[in-house]
Design a binder for this molecule. Structure first.
Ligand SMILES: Cc1cc2nc3c(=O)[nH]c(=O)nc-3n(C[C@H](O)[C@H](O)[C@H](O)COP(=O)(O)OP(=O)(O)OC[C@H]3O[C@@H](n4cnc5c(N)ncnc54)[C@H](O)[C@@H]3O)c2cc1C
Length: 359
């Protein structure tokens, strides 16, 4: 019998496991695919809500706490495992005339470091970017992480620390009216004192019947990646819902679509073409270079983009940490911490009200 069983081994489940293990608990993670291969693997790794001025305080507050600890988390994982999650202070250029005024207002109100670059400054600083005919916002303190490396490091770390992994689907929870008694796996059950659903877009499927259900639905996002280039001084760029993320190895990730296609995570030629064209018109030097990777993932979307991080009433030992939509990488460390604060009755760093199931 474990102290805690976590269902779902994406970034949210794995960081929740880390937080609990550090508090001295025995922890098991049940994952039906390979660890972290769903939304987390698909992510770009931008460590900020894409356009925070479009999000509510509850999302920005939990992001902000995470942003302040990510570099340290990356360093710790690197030191402990030898795998570098590649936290990089890439900065973010925001191209979009309509967005400029709310973006600047938000940065000023929230003390978010920013500069307005004139068209001349842009041309000098980012010489390979297409000509931009208007002043542009630069957020120099926005960082990125490499989700695949982060996952590899986290998995290695948790294995070394004695976290148990069940490589199998949790079909359902066994429960009475007020408590969960076990998780049903293929042909056996596992038991714990407490159960935490961190199953991303699939979380609602695991909730017991007859209670208020979380409204989490899958929203597909497709991404492409260009092979390593020698274009110098690349910056992360955001334009509307599209973005470009330079990687440390010279590769360039381009995202992403937003599609309501249920649990279908297939890729389409139309999305590939659109993302490639977007990148090539921003960086003319990419013309003639074909992307060599294309993938899709299912974001766990809640109606207001605010994750559910809460106990699930009336069960005394069931909790939920899911529904992080487009911000699950950036919000993961603080989400895990908040979940564990709630579970261990520690004073939470954030007001928990906004993250309740019923709100
Ligand atoms: C294209 C794309 C780009 C993104 N870019 C960013 C970004 O730049 N920055 C950012 O902050 N966020 C980004 N996101 C969002 C982020 O990826 C997600 O919010 C985050 O990964 C959610 O993590 P999770 O652990 O909740 O879900 P997941 O990573 O999907 O993990 C859930 C896990 O639960 C497992 N599972 C489900 N049901 C069961 C079951 N019954 N039994 C056992 N296991 C089960 C699944 O197999 C899965 O591994 C992006 C998402 C996409 C799709």
């Amino acid at each position: 019998m474990f102290d805690f069983i976590i269902i779902g081994g994406g970034i949210i489940g794995l960081l929740t496991a880390k937080e609990l293990q550090q508090a001295g608990a025995s922890v098991a993670v049940v994952e039906k695919n390979s660890l972290g291969q769903q939304a987390t693997w698909a992510a770009g790794g931008i460590l900020s809500p894409m356009r925070p001025w479009h999000y509510c305080d509850a999302v920005n507050a939990i992001s902000s706490i995470s942003q302040s600890v990510y570099q340290q988390l990356s360093n710790t994982l690197f030191t402990e495992t030898g795998i570098d999650p590649q936290w990089v202070l890439s900065g973010m250029l925001v191209l979009n005339g309509d967005d400029m005024s709310p973006a600047i207002d938000w940065c000023e109100q929230h003390n978010d470091s920013h500069e307005i670059l004139s068209t001349e400054q842009l041309a000098i600083q980012f010489a390979h970017l297409r000509t931009i005919g208007e002043p542009t916002l630069l957020r120099p303190q926005v960082a990125t992480i490499q989700p695949h490396k982060l996952l590899a490091a986290l998995t290695h770390y948790l294995t070394n620390k004695g976290v148990t992994f069940f490589d199998v689907e949790a079909s359902h929870l066994l429960n009475t009216a007020t408590a969960v008694s076990a998780v049903q796996l293929d042909n056996n059950t596992v038991k714990a004192g407490q159960y935490i659903i961190c199953a991303g877009a699939w979380s609602s499927q695991l909730m017991p019947d007859g209670i208020e259900q979380p409204k989490i639905s899958p929203v597909k996002g497709q991404m492409i990646c260009f092979p390593p280039t020698d274009i110098p001084n690349l910056c992360m760029i955001m334009e509307g819902n599209r973005y470009i993320i330079p990687r440390q190895d010279g590769r360039i990730v381009v995202g992403s679509t937003r599609e309501n296609t249920g649990f279908d995570a297939s890729t389409t030629q139309a999305a590939f073409d659109e993302l490639r064209d977007f990148a090539q018109q921003l960086y003319p030097a990419l013309e003639g270079i074909e992307p060599d990777a294309h993938w899709a993932g299912l974001r766990p979307s809640s109606p207001d983009s605010i994750p559910y991080i809460c106990r699930v009433s009336p069960f005394k030992n069931l909790s939920l940490n899911a529904g992080h939509y487009r911000n699950g990488i950036v919000t993961a460390p603080a989400s895990a911490q908040l979940m564990v604060d709630i579970l261990l009755d520690r004073p939470p760093q954030l007001d928990t009200t906004a993250y309740q199931l019923i709100r």
